[in-house]
Write a protein of this length. Structure first.
Length: 391
């Protein structure tokens, strides 16, 4: 049974073994709350402003600091913290408010282990462990170095390191991520277990009846258009491909801070009629774009894992992936390239698009590899980690 705590839930959906809890709807009293000094030795700078009209001074103090009022009889009066569940300029403050709720949830639920994901849940996990005494497993899907390169947000890095040092054990999504935690955060490698992600296999491709002819080919980039995902290397490689295969179409699906720059660069290179920018896609839109593609390229600069190549493989789309990715450890037969090697990336793209026999062989081997990449395998390894630490 899983108690899954989300910042805010609009339409909760129940199931037989998962209870969804909205942190914004949990009543708190004084004993549940922690001061920021809980992070000893850390300097947290937050823009913590839950202002709204008609607040009196006491109500504002309650929202801001998590202070709980007393009733006339002297008992603690429950309060609710203002949690939006949204990203914004006061994200760290939002994380702290979310974490405050964990004490109340830990007190009111019975459980054997605390499983938290990435830096935004560190505070909550430590608070829950303080109340319950249960082991805390931190599951790291990405680090600040993956997202920002050398220009890290120091505050986020500090929280990540504090969480890694404080957790009873850490699960990393790849050896690539594990080695980064050892080298950049000073974590003991014996404290880290690698558990690869997997993919949910679907038969959706048949629903679209997409027929791929022998003529014009389509190459797909799907992901956030940010530094981490390497969209600029994809654009430069596309320019080289067009010199050899001028009928090729390229699709950049996603959104992000680098999107305007990529549009400008495509225009500079005179590739406008060959490039499509779809914006953010989800659900069936993603399924359809995979089904239409002849090649998927993931040129990530730093990718802890990368599930999207596995999703592409479900649709019998050959993939080219960055060597700087966790999924490269798992896929033996996928074509791999250093993200910065634009010339080699273009050569591999041309080879797959130009030679059907090569493309067919990659697809056939991908089908075989997918048979062993199952969420059930990942779940068994996670349970093994729990059992090593449960009292």
């Amino acid at each position: 049974e899983v108690v899954f705590v989300l910042p805010k839930i609009k339409d909760p959906i129940g199931s037989s073994h998962v209870e969804l809890v909205s942190a914004a709807d949990v009543p708190l009293v004084q004993r549940h709350l922690l001061e920021e000094s809980f992070f000893r030795g850390m300097e947290l700078k937050t823009v913590n402003s839950p202002l709204s009209p008609y607040l009196n001074e006491k109500q504002y103090e309650t929202l801001l600091y998590g202070g709980a009022e007393k009733t006339q009889s002297g008992e603690d009066k429950p309060c609710y913290l203002s949690i939006s569940g949204a990203y914004g300029p006061d994200l760290v403050a939002e994380v702290l408010r979310y974490g405050q709720v964990a004490g109340a949830i830990a007190e009111s639920h019975s459980f054997d282990a605390i499983h938290a994901h990435d830096w935004m849940t560190v505070y909550a996990a430590l608070h829950a462990r303080r109340i319950s005494g249960k082991p805390f497993v931190l599951h790291v899907h990405a680090t600040e170095f993956d997202r920002s390169g050398e220009h890290v947000n120091q505050q986020i890095y500090d929280i990540e390191r504090y969480g890694m040092e404080s957790a009873d054990h850490i699960v990393a999504v790849s050896h690539y991520t594990k080695s980064l935690m050892v080298s950049r955060y000073g974590i003991d490698p014996d404290k880290i277990t690698v558990v690869y992600n997997a993919v949910t296999k679907q038969e959706a491709r048949e629903a679209y009846h997409v027929r791929k002819g022998p003529g014009r080919k389509m190459v797909l980039f799907l992901g956030r258009i940010t530094f981490q995902k390497g969209p600029d290397y994809f654009v430069e490689a596309a320019a080289k491909v067009l010199k050899a295969l001028p009928e090729t179409k390229f699709v950049m699906a996603g959104a992000g801070d680098m999107m305007p720059r990529m549009i400008e660069r495509v225009a500079e290179l005179g590739m406008g009629k060959h490039f499509h920018f779809t914006g953010f896609l989800q659900g069936r839109e993603i399924e359809k774009i995979f089904a239409m593609s002849d090649l998927y390229v993931m040129p990530s600069v730093s990718e802890p894992f990368g599930i999207s190549p596995l999703e592409a493989m479900i649709y019998d789309v050959p993939v080219i992936i960055s060597k700087q990715s966790g999924v490269a450890e798992l896929l033996r037969y996928a074509m791999k390239v250093d993200f910065w090697d634009v010339k080699e990336m273009a050569n591999k793209m041309i080879a797959v698009l130009k030679y059907p026999a090569l493309s067919g062989e990659i697809v056939e081997r991908s089908r075989e590899e997918l048979k062993d990449i199952r969420w059930e395998n990942a779940a068994e390894k996670i349970v093994d980690v729990y059992q090593r630490f449960m009292h």
